[in-house]
Design a protein. Structure first.
Length: 450
């Protein structure tokens, strides 16, 4: 049975609900945990009616008001960045994620922020970090080649990986190394000589200030125009040529597809080349169209199979925003950013060029206690959750009903509901009761998994 489920032909075929493996509540909750940041009860009910194809398409094609929302958020960011202080950005982005009508766009932006991990600790400019963040949001679901070139020439990236210091007589290899190892090919598909040759191709990429802002420009005088050999291809390559050579290499599509599979489907499955290859080939044939890739993955048999559910440890951002989104809450996002920093994830400040740790690296005795405390804070006054309306609308009159409702909303099932209910006295539910039940649910190991 396992070998059948890992068969590529089965894995990437579109999921067609039937029988006990139908389009049920658990499927919808799973979709929104992975492709978005959770869903309200009402969103789950609507998606159940839509079915898998239309539910995924709705995530991929947001309502028209999304653009108006992002225009407003850009204006807020510009006001916050009047002093160019990057520390204003984490709470701003948390607010955007919480209230965005286009959660898959934010999911993709968070993926690319980790993939092209750039830290304000070195860049120091909040404005440049915000501009990079806008790139992820604007281009993150389009062709990867376009995103790759724009990020490569992005001032924040050029400062982060010393691209602006790359001179004809003194080639700097930092960007050439990371663009191969972390952004495209992955380890084992290039040599040190490839890095040296690529670094020569990127010489002449410079930054200059124009009207007080940084912009990319090409300085021909600082470019090494000699012949180079990169991945076996010979020519008088410039930086753009090297990026295309990397895109042409089949390892790039495999590397990106594998990383997206780990991000959206499972951190535990063995993502073999055999399983990845059909999707990687199609990704290249579709010009690295990430929207096509995500639609294929989110509609696949493998995505909805029982073996991949709860196989991804929630990041701190997923943990906190998942609570607020599902329950319709809000909070002081500056305080929340501080809490998430304590839990190991400070947006705009990844720890190194490889991004944040993944999987169980998020969890230790200190962060688990911190997560439980955060669940309590968000469930009580900090989260400003409309508990009274929830209790009334869903007619939750006993602790058992309340526990079942919370478990179904967050987990898609009620298997641990009785365990959660035991955390509070058998009284009529109140906002205080709901906060305690939420904390008790957060203490259940499966709640840490998406």
């Amino acid at each position: 049975m396992v070998s059948q489920r890992l068969d590529p032909a089965w894995a990437w075929t579109a999921f067609e609900p039937e029988g006990k493996q139908g389009w049920d509540w658990g499927c919808v909750v799973h979709l929104y945990r992975r492709a978005a940041f959770g869903a309200t009860w009402e969103q789950v009910e609507r998606a159940l009616v839509l079915g898998p194809e239309k539910a995924v398409d709705q995530l991929l094609h947001p309502p028209k008001q999304a653009e108006q929302f992002y225009t407003q958020m850009d204006q807020v960011a510009l006001a916050l960045l009047s002093g160019d202080d990057a520390t204003n950005l984490p709470p701003w982005w948390l607010y955007v994620i919480r209230f965005s009508p286009d959660p898959l766009r934010e999911r993709a932006a968070l993926f690319w922020h980790d993939h092209f991990a750039t830290s304000a600790a070195k860049v120091t400019s909040g404005m440049l970090m915000w501009r990079q963040n806008r790139l992820f949001r604007r281009l993150g679901l389009g062709p990867f080649g376009t995103l790759l070139e724009q990020v490569a020439k992005d001032p924040a990236m050029m400062l982060w990986l010393d691209g602006a210091l790359n001179r004809r007589r003194r080639p700097n290899e930092n960007f050439a190394r990371e663009v191969m190892e972390l952004f495209t090919l992955g380890l084992g598909h290039y040599s040190e000589q490839d890095i040296k040759e690529a670094a020569r191709a990127f010489t002449g990429w410079r930054l200059r200030r124009l009207h007080g802002d940084w912009e990319f420009y090409f300085d021909f005088q600082e470019h090494d125009s000699g012949e180079k050999v990169v991945l076996g291809r010979r020519g008088r390559w410039r930086g753009e040529d090297v990026l295309q050579i990397l895109l042409d290499h089949p390892a790039t599509a495999r590397f990106l597809v594998r990383k997206w599979c780990q991000y959206l489907i499972s951190q535990q499955l063995p993502w073999t080349d055999e399983l990845i290859e059909p999707l990687a080939q199609d990704y290249r044939q579709h010009n690295y169209d990430t929207r096509w890739l995500l639609r294929t993955m989110l509609r696949s048999n493998l995505f909805y199979s029982p073996q991949v559910r709860f196989q991804k440890v929630k990041s701190p951002v997923d943990f906190a925003l998942g609570i607020l989104v599902a329950l319709g809450g809000t909070t002081n996002f500056r305080t929340l950013a501080q809490r998430l920093n304590q839990l190991g994830q400070r947006l705009f400040y990844p720890p190194n060029v490889a991004g944040w740790p993944r999987g169980t690296a998020w969890l230790n005795s200190a962060t688990l206690v911190g997560r439980l405390n955060l669940a309590w804070e968000l469930g009580s006054s900090e989260g400003r959750i409309p508990w009274e309306q929830i209790l009334q609308k869903h007619e939750l009159r006993t602790r058992e009903q309340a526990a079942q409702w919370l478990c179904r909303l967050f987990l898609g099932h009620q298997e641990v509901a009785s365990q959660v209910a035991q955390a509070v006295p058998p009284t009529r539910p109140s906002p205080q009761t709901m906060a305690r039940l939420l904390q008790a649910l957060a203490a259940v190991p499966v709640f840490q998994l998406a």
